[in-house]
Write a protein that binds this ligand. Structure first.
Ligand SMILES: [Zn+2]
Length: 305
């Protein structure tokens, strides 16, 4: 649905992808047959990453060869099999140019057994995109921040892949991010796309009908996370961005179908991202001041008595 992206029921996916040997794949779901596609070296490093909070370089620049990153295959092809249970969509990224970084994120007690659980973090990107070096660390921070803010991240992994599109696009357990980036813009888009694992991937709202529910909530969460990660106010630039367009006639209402925004204007970005995020920020201030005010009112009668 273009700008409205997608809305689907959950399903379980069993997907086999046949690619040339030496090509790596990041995808929704868990890899079922690592011993049939990955070299012993890659499997050993991946195994090391499953218990590490530091980033492990599973495939480095000089490893990107059949027989070193992946297995050698008699017919030059390898079939990677992924399975995902109860997710809204399946997506993947593949290249023979990717590096592969892996680590884990602590996601509190997702199995409710009094233990801190881990989810894997993967990052696939080309070495010439040097700004991507902290990608796995950004994803790790994002998953841990969101797990504390809402609920433990429930999926077995979160995977970042350098994609061909200019912005970022979220799918369950995987996000595609493209374009030349600074540290801050890579952090921002990484957190934003991972934020979508909660809204809409887990919560399940319909972005086609109400884009602001996905993008506004996620923009709010991204502003909160950016403030903590970079230790500086991240709300003022958003407010200034809104003020620069407010009243120019480019605004439309946020309660509008995702595919019915005027094209070539700032209308969608404003109505679905910054405006609802700023409105939630303002609403929170009112709730907080109301809570303080209510607390004072609550104490006063007790003092009088
Ligand atoms: Zn988004």
């Amino acid at each position: 649905m273009g700008n409205g992206e997608f809305y689907m029921d959950c399903g379980s996916y069993d997907v086999s992808l046949t690619v040339p040997e030496g090509w790596l794949i990041g995808a929704t779901g868990e890899l079922q047959n690592p011993e049939e596609v990955l070299s012993e070296q890659s499997r050993a490093r991946l195994n090391m990453a499953t218990n590490s909070h530091d980033v492990v370089h599973v495939v480095m620049e000089n490893d990107r060869e059949p027989g070193t990153s992946t297995l050698d295959s008699p017919n030059d092809l390898l079939t990677w099999r992924f399975m995902a249970v109860e997710v809204r969509e399946f997506a993947f990224g593949t290249s023979d140019k990717y590096l592969w970084d892996a680590t884990t994120a602590e996601v509190a007690d997702k199995n409710n057994d009094q233990s801190n659980d881990l989810s894997m973090i993967h990052a696939f990107y080309r070495p010439e995109e040097e700004r991507w070096a902290p990608s796995a660390e950004f994803a790790q921070f994002s998953i841990e921040f969101l797990s504390n803010m809402f609920m433990p991240y429930p999926y077995p992994h979160m995977t970042m892949v350098e994609g061909v599109m200019g912005g970022g696009m979220e799918f369950p357990m995987i996000t595609h991010i493209g374009g030349a980036r600074t540290d801050r813009s890579l952090f921002g888009v990484t957190f934003h796309e991972i934020g979508h694992m909660y809204f809409p991937m887990i919560i399940g709202q319909d972005e086609k009908t109400f884009t602001w529910m996905d993008e506004g909530l996620t923009s709010f969460n991204t502003a909160e996370a950016s403030a903590e990660f970079w230790n500086q106010d991240s709300w003022d630039p958003r407010k200034q961005g809104y003020y620069s367009i407010a009243g120019t006639g480019d605004e439309v209402e946020p309660m509008r179908r995702g595919d019915l925004y005027p094209l070539g204007t700032a209308a969608r970005g404003l109505a679905s991202y910054n405006k609802p995020a700023i409105a939630l920020h303002a609403l929170r201030s009112i709730v907080w001041s109301g809570a303080i005010h209510g607390g004072i009112l609550g104490i006063c009668p007790a003092l009088v008595i």
